[in-house]
Design a protein around this ligand. Structure first.
Ligand SMILES: Cc1cc2nc3c(=O)[nH]c(=O)nc-3n(C[C@H](O)[C@H](O)[C@H](O)COP(=O)(O)OP(=O)(O)OC[C@H]3O[C@@H](n4cnc5c(N)ncnc54)[C@H](O)[C@@H]3O)c2cc1C
Length: 338
């Protein structure tokens, strides 16, 4: 099977790239290891975006939402709608397992639930984000069935002891959601206090629940083991075991650097940032480009939807659209203070 242009990842940035390409006469095939916008399906249920809706828009399609900011559900509906409106060719639940240059062509190994196939392409855009690869704690019990690296529907935690590891937005939101669903929640963090970047509407809610003794917190603590009924932590030089029917390890994610290395893509040793042509986002492997959060290496919070959505213009545009994309990128990056 062969297609000139393969875009890997049907997240907001992969879709934006597909639109840019289509408007330049390409007929891209977009594949995704999960559903459309898989990363957003993993956000806490009902989550409200920090970003205002117009900055989540791609291809000029308006994102209409009921409040000032879009919810997870509104964004999912929006990106599905964009695929439909742009008539993008998207194949979901197809994973890029490997890609390598072979003479004039890029040989891609695609896997799905039912088949493995080789796909030949002249150009490949990797817009694979980072949600597929959680930062593992490396402690015993991390792979047990009641342990998850993603936020989940909180209703299932009613009446349960829930331990949440991490204290960034997703962890705090999951803690509040589980508490409201009737769980007994304990948050564990290596930090000594909440990060300043915690959303301004979550912070007072969380702090008040802690003050009222409704949510417990163990600051300055590290998980040492997880077993079927509890989590052991090290805190202040001693060990403590907390009961846990459900454990959420919300300690961040990283791009699939192994996939990139197997493809021969050069990464900076320290930051794992891919070495890219800044104008076209092409890697050192001719024909392989990167877009979206993967371009930031380990620093995943540097490129997000707001500023990554211009990457397709850099890859497929002419010099004028590249300049416009670069200016828009800098503006959005400055605006969000990242
Ligand atoms: C809770 C939360 C809230 C956020 N809020 C905001 C916000 O308010 N504003 C904002 O701008 N950003 C926000 N972000 C960040 C935003 O989600 C990411 O920056 C954005 O999703 C990156 O888009 P992307 O298209 O580069 O990657 P992703 O959205 O992660 O898409 C990558 C896609 O590639 C697929 N994929 C991965 N590997 C493969 C493979 N080998 N083969 C095939 N497919 C593959 C994945 O399934 C996924 O669908 C938030 C993130 C979180 C966790």
């Amino acid at each position: 099977m062969s297609d000139d242009l393969l875009i890997v990842g049907a997240g907001p940035i992969g879709l934006a790239c597909a639109i840019s390409a289509k408007r330049r006469g390409f007929d891209p095939l977009v594949i995704d290891a999960g559903p459309i916008a898989a990363a957003i399906t993993r956000y806490p249920v009902g989550m409200t975006f920090f970003t205002t809706p117009e900055r989540l828009e791609i291809g000029g399609h308006p994102l209409v939402c009921s409040g000032a900011k879009a919810t997870r559900e509104e964004a999912l509906k929006y990106y599905r709608g964009v695929v439909r409106a742009e008539e993008l060719r998207v194949r979901t639940f197809v994973r890029l397992a490997d890609v390598r240059r072979d003479g004039d062509t890029l040989r891609c190994r695609l896997t799905s639930r039912t088949a493995d196939a080789e796909h030949l392409a002249a150009k490949v855009v990797l817009a694979t984000g980072y949600f597929e690869h959680p930062n593992l704690l490396g402690v015993p019990g991390e792979a047990l069935a009641h342990v998850s690296h993603y936020a989940e529907e909180p209703h299932v935690t009613a009446g349960l002891d829930v331990v949440i590891v991490g204290a960034k937005n997703s962890a705090i939101e999951q803690a509040l959601n589980c508490f409201r669903a009737g769980a007994r929640v304990t948050v564990i963090s290596r930090r000594t206090e909440l990060k300043p970047s915690v959303k301004y509407w979550l912070r007072p809610d969380f702090e008040n629940r802690v003050k009222a003794g409704e949510i417990s917190v163990r600051w300055g603590a590290a998980v040492t083991a997880i077993d079927a009924g509890g989590v052991t932590i090290s805190i202040g030089g001693r060990h403590e075991r907390l009961p846990a029917d459900k454990v959420y390890l919300l300690t961040g994610y990283r791009p699939d650097f192994d996939l990139f290395r197997r493809a021969g893509i050069a990464l900076d040793q320290e930051s794992c940032r891919p070495v890219l042509n800044p104008e076209t986002l092409e890697t050192n492997v001719p024909g392989i480009h990167m877009a979206g959060s993967v371009t930031a290496g380990l620093n995943i919070s540097e490129v997000f939807i707001e500023n990554g959505r211009y990457d397709g213009e850099k890859i497929f545009g002419d010099p004028a659209s590249r300049t416009r994309a670069e200016a828009a990128y800098s503006r959005e990056t400055r605006a969000t203070g990242e």
